[in-house]
Design a protein around this ligand. Structure first.
Ligand SMILES: Nc1nc2c(ncn2[C@@H]2O[C@@H]3COP(=O)(O)O[C@H]4[C@@H](O)[C@H](n5cnc6c(=O)[nH]c(N)nc65)O[C@@H]4COP(=O)(O)O[C@H]3[C@H]2O)c(=O)[nH]1
Length: 516
């Protein structure tokens, strides 16, 4: 009943923007994620590379020290054999040379030799704390740029080891290539380099310095590595894109559904006084004039169209908003009186109130407050009590005391739909209303059903004896009006005279009717 077709306006535009947004988001997530992952990897591997180099240099000088420890100045067959043996088993060095404390090489693994170590190297060995240094020279023996490590032992014998640069970088290659090209330098000269392919196209670079050896390792994160890896992630980007798109679409639909839902609309309408109040005249059968009108709620939901008064009331009940709805109507009636005090001077307005609202603790206080806000409602407001459920004995007593309180405030009371709800005779015994309204089911059957006629005759008699006015609801034609008149009923409400109308129209109708 409530959820009519919730019209989802085609939100093609939003779907398109969600598509673009999800695509951008997926690309951003993966590209930045990949970038930070590679950066972390680059830094981690550079640290490992540093450890490898330190370890390698330690091993190099351990092996040089061992060579010096077992060497002698004679360069005899035994010495040369030892040097050959060392060369054979060294994973790095291809040649060893022994030098004396004049820094003259006198013996290599190829036999006795004689040449002097460069003065610069000599100085560096002398100046270094451990009598060690490394260098990069053009080697005649190896025919290429060669790595040299020098160590002068405590016994006055020194040793230098010659190694092709690549032998120093095998472990680095294994760790860093092919993703991270690098350049290993001694001083300002390049020892090993495979960075030629990336120059100018690098995303990031990590520099590792081994100051003790004047060595520096630059490790690069090239753009093409990043790009290739990003391409490999493309299926995941697409998957995330589709998933995000679907999630955004669903969220949007849920939001739309919630925003357009009837309960939310009703809450908003009650909070913002976003409903209209229509009025239906109640015509007196004594003088054919209007002495009373009934206020009836009318709500047009922006997304569901006109919602019936019964549905509005039922939903308000389920949302615990009946009291708010009632007070909203009463205030609207108050404004109606204020703006039309002359025309409405002799007219009472009935407002529907659920019995449970009446039982609420704050009911009387709120009624007093509104009567202070709109004093024009005094003696003109009539609360029409709808009877939706039976009351317990305690509730009944409370209700009687509430009714007395309400009457004392100058507010009238009428019982709605008499005979169909729980408006038992027991209550009439304890409390007499000002008005009793006969439900329209009785009026519809009145002319054909003798039993209904008898019941209504008795009710009318009872009402008169209890000093209550009696109104027949739902009078739609002349026959029904005549039957009602025959019963001696005081007033009539129904489409025969007038349907519920907006405030300005009801005033005109009353004026026209009274002028007849
Ligand atoms: N078939 C027929 N119907 C006629 C005729 N004359 C009047 N009616 C309709 O009968 C209903 C009379 O109100 P009700 O019995 O208090 O019954 C009301 C009342 O119980 C409830 N209601 C309406 N407004 C409010 C409100 O502000 N607060 C509360 N608590 N309930 C309200 O919703 C019910 C239905 O209200 P409406 O749809 O406005 O329906 C109104 C009115 O339009 C007629 O000749 N023939």
């Amino acid at each position: 009943m409530f959820v009519k077709n919730i019209a989802f306006t085609p939100f093609k535009k939003s779907v398109f923007y969600y598509g673009i947004f999800s695509l951008l988001l997926s690309v951003l997530v993966f590209s930045s994620g990949l970038y930070f992952h590679l950066l972390k990897d680059l830094y981690g591997k550079s640290e490992t590379a540093e450890q490898i180099l330190i370890h390698q240099m330690d091993n190099i000088f351990k092996s040089l020290k061992q060579t010096v420890d077992e060497a002698s100045l004679s360069c005899n067959k035994e010495d040369v054999k030892k040097l050959r043996h060392r060369t054979f088993y060294s994973p790095i060095f291809k040649e060893f040379g022994l030098f004396n404390d004049n820094f003259q090489i006198y013996c290599t693994n190829f036999g006795p030799k004689e040449f002097t170590i460069f003065a610069t190297i000599k100085d560096r060995i002398k100046q270094s704390k451990d009598k060690k240094t490394v260098s990069l020279v053009e080697s005649h023996t190896l025919g290429e740029q060669t790595f040299l490590a020098f160590y002068l032992g405590e016994n006055g014998i020194g040793v230098n080891g010659l190694a092709p640069p690549r032998s120093l970088s095998i472990n680095l290659d294994h760790l860093l290539l092919p993703d991270y090209p690098y350049e290993l330098m001694i001083g300002k000269r390049s020892l090993v380099s495979n960075d030629f392919s990336v120059k100018g196209k690098i995303l990031d670079k990590k520099v590792v310095s081994l100051d003790h050896w004047s060595m520096r390792l630059d490790v690069y994160l090239p753009l093409n590595v990043y790009f290739n890896k990003a391409m490999a992630l493309l299926p995941f980007v697409v998957t995330l894109w589709v998933v995000l798109w679907a999630v955004f679409y669903l969220l949007h639909s849920c939001c739309l559904y919630y925003c357009r839902s009837l309960p939310r609309g009703l809450r908003k309408a009650i909070k913002n006084n976003g409903m209209e109040v229509y009025y239906q005249p109640i015509v007196s059968l004594v003088d054919n004039k209007v002495h009373a009108i009934e206020a009836l709620i009318r709500w047009r939901s922006p997304h569901h169209g006109q919602v019936s008064a019964l549905s509005t009331v039922e939903l308000s009940g389920r949302l615990n908003l009946l009291s708010e709805l009632t007070w909203m109507v009463v205030r609207n009636v108050g404004k109606f009186y204020r703006e039309n005090s002359k025309s409405l001077n002799n007219i009472t307005t009935a407002v529907n109130v659920d019995r449970y609202c009446l039982l609420n603790d704050g009911f009387i206080a709120m009624l007093v407050k509104i009567l202070e806000e709109y004093p024009e409602l005094k003696e003109r407001l009539c609360l029409e009590v709808t009877e939706t459920s039976a009351l317990t004995e305690t509730e009944l007593s409370l209700m009687v005391s509430r009714f007395e309180h309400i009457k004392a405030l100058g507010v009238r009371l009428s019982v709605d739909d008499f005979g169909t709800g729980y408006s038992g005779l027991d209550f009439l015994r304890r409390f007499s209303y000002d008005t009793l309204k006969l439900d329209r089911v009785f009026i519809a059957n009145l002319k054909d059903d003798q039993c209904t006629q008898k019941i209504l005759t008795s009710i009318t008699k009872l009402a008169k004896e209890l000093n209550m006015k009696i109104v027949a609801e739902g009078v739609e034609d002349k026959e029904q009006l005549d039957a009602v008149k025959a019963l001696g009923i005081d007033s009539v409400q129904g489409y025969y005279f007038c349907a519920p109308l907006p405030p300005e129209q009801v005033l005109t109708w009353i004026e026209d009717n009274d002028a007849k």
